[in-house]
Design a protein around this ligand. Sequence first.
Ligand SMILES: Nc1nc2c(ncn2[C@@H]2O[C@H](COP(=O)(O)OP(=O)(O)OP(=O)(O)O)[C@@H](O)[C@H]2O)c(=O)[nH]1
Ligand SMILES: [Zn+2]
Length: 361
Amino acid sequence: MNTEWQKLGWSAALAAQWARWPDASDLAPARVVAVDRDRLVLTDGSAPFSARLSGSFVFHQPDPAQWPCVGDWVLVARGGRDDGEGLIQAVLERRTVLRRRGVGGMGEVQLIAANVDTVVIVQSCHFDFNPNRLERYLVMVRDGGAQPWVLLTKTDLVTPEELAAQLAQIHAMGVDAPVMPLSQLSQDGVEAFRARLLSGQTYCFVGSSGVGKSTLINALLGRSAQLTAVVSHTGEGRHTTVRRELVALDNGALVIDNPGMRAFGLIDADVEAGGSFSDITRRAADCRYADCSHSGEPGCAVRAAVQAGEIEPGHLANYLKLREENAFYELSSAGRRQKDKAFGKYVKSAKKSFSRAHDDD
Ligand SMILES: Nc1nc2c(ncn2[C@@H]2O[C@H](COP(=O)(O)OP(=O)(O)OP(=O)(O)O)[C@@H](O)[C@H]2O)c(=O)[nH]1
Ligand SMILES: [Zn+2]
């Protein structure tokens, strides 16, 4: 078996699928490292290269939920083009998936990543710790067939007693996944975490914005440049595209940093499940302005509830702090709309290239 592919997670089961594929003679397998609109970045172990969905793929697979996402293994044709761009003809069967319920309550499923061995659920023990949300992440991970780990970051910001109480709370929930506390500031737990990452295994990091995912992945990589080196940027800044990236660490572990996970629709779930800020988000529905920031606007129902003693001022302060840390930005409806727009563009431009390809026929 090709050892370069093996390093990328290639398996006997995938090889068997490839062998069964009709007309696979000019197709080769590659793994998706990033998706940006209808352009995908693939790797076969040598240099990453750009690819698009072939017309026949889009034609035979009209359901975008079945289109390739980061972590997928695809069969790609690379001949016949000067620029070396590949044409994706097939997606090989996924061993595991990470998916979210679509936004807008339509019940459609949106794929976040495929063929992930371990999903690292990251919560900061400072402000972000939320057992309800953790529970839902655990369900979601197991539902897709991957194994979950729980990472509690920023332990330097809480006392050892607070940390012990959180660990006890997780334990009391009956969580049997490994739970690992760490701090990038003190470096406590960082080496122990690194030591658990195995060559050829795929790890996906999920969690709210600001909990320290990028800081950790950059530290694991040892050089922050590599994180973005595999894809050409369409814009500066982290919030501009749906870039989802798979990168290899020096020890051979494969890591997916997943900004898309911020739009998991968890705030709705948080409200439904009576989560920690549901009292605030429920009141916010009565604020005079739909985009009220609850920081002093007239007609603010949240402030009124604080004044009436119905909401703890400290609780509101936590909420505002979290939002200020940008943790809720992508979870806001505006952020979600942006994500959906980006996904919509993926679909639209792929369909456009499809019809272009057929105009040429
Ligand atoms: N005190 C403390 N701060 C940390 C720690 N780890 C990360 N931070 C800080 O937390 C902030 C957010 O970290 P990021 O790594 O950008 O968080 P993220 O989860 O990648 O956020 P998004 O990229 O928005 O999803 C940064 O200012 C980090 O410096 C830690 O262990 N302790
Ligand atoms: Zn308000």
